[in-house]
Design a protein around this ligand. Structure first.
Ligand code: NAI
Ligand code: A1CAB
Length: 263
């Protein structure tokens, strides 16, 4: 299967790196983006095929991944619609653009369209991706896209009404989690650790804690109790964090992310 990427920015590059890590042949990946000077060095460094236009890329690919700014979706679909067929799959990773809007951008109701929401951790094959398809994608397109993205981490089917929530909890949240790691690390620097060592310690603690939540049958709150020795350090830290509203500030951040996605 030939996979084409329209737009070769941060997200497309993360997906492509994950595919290459998973031994997808670079010969099967085609790219085109607005500025050749930006994407051609990336294509050359990774042995990818390039197309001269979005339309040519659509002619060359079986699966066409839209990875441009969301506001460009109508313009791009108008450019490529002539080359879309029932045998090809249009995949959108754009935030805030529904299957209905994609369907309506050209007369595409009979063509398979899959909406995906990956996160940037697909770059190291540890992504979290949501997937939903239009009616025409139900036969086999959805399965084909899911098979490709399972190479890049976890994939979960999700009704489209929950996509905005998913954007906040998984699409944007790597940035929030990096901020939490950096905050821990800065605190380490405050107490005399080097930034590099503090970041490594904080990141490993976050990684291990996430793995524990995934592998345990206990809720995160039960796990908190296991770390909190009576009269100990952890409960002192937790209470001071909550005095400054950690839970409220996280939920406010999620509220703002969802509101932005919903326009
Ligand atoms: N960055 C992330 O972690 C995630 C991003 N997304 C979605 O992915 C999409 C891309 O996001 P980023 O990669 O972060 O943005 P970006 O700004 O890094 O990349 C956008 C790309 O689109 C290209 N482009 C602009 N106009 C074009 C045109 N007319 N034809 C072809 N290519 C064109 C640009 O040259 C650039 O390569 C957005 O819709 C975003 O909502 C979804 C999930 C996570
Ligand atoms: O910030 C953004 O809009 C994109 C979507 C999810 C992650 N990055």
């Amino acid at each position: 299967m030939k996979i084409g990427f329209i737009g070769v920015g941060n997200m497309a590059q993360a997906m492509i790196q994950g595919l290459l890590n998973a031994k997808v042949s670079s010969e099967d990946i085609i790219v085109h983006s607005a500025h050749a000077t930006n994407y051609e060095p990336f294509a050359k460094a990774n042995g990818l095929k390039t197309a001269q236009t979005n339309l040519e890329l659509t002619q060359m690919a079986d699966m066409i991944v839209l990875a441009v700014e969301p506001s460009l979706y109508q313009q791009i679909i108008q450019e490529i619609t002539g080359a879309l067929t029932k045998a090809k799959i249009l995949v959108s990773v754009l935030t805030g653009i529904t299957l209905g809007q994609l369907n309506a951008a050209a007369d595409m109701a009979n063509l398979p369209i899959v909406r995906l929401m990956p996160n940037v951790n697909v770059k190291i094959n540890q992504g979290m991706t949501a997937i939903v398809g239009n009616d025409a994608a139900q036969e086999s397109a959805l399965d084909q896209v899911q098979t490709v993205f399972e190479k890049l981490g976890s994939v979960t089917a999700l009704p489209e009404q929950h996509f905005s929530t998913f954007v906040a909890l998984a699409g944007s949240s790597p940035a929030f989690i990096y901020l939490f790691i950096d905050s821990l690390s800065r605190a380490g620097v405050k107490y005399g650790l080097s930034k590099q060592q503090a970041t490594q310690i904080a990141a490993q603690a976050v990684k291990g804690s996430a793995q524990m939540v995934l592998e345990s049958d206990k809720s995160p709150f039960d796990l908190i109790d296991q770390v909190s020795s009576p009269g100990g350090t952890t409960v002192a830290g937790l209470l001071a964090m909550e005095e400054h509203g950690l839970i409220t500030s996280v939920i406010k951040g999620i509220d703002a992310t969802i509101a932005k996605d919903r326009g």
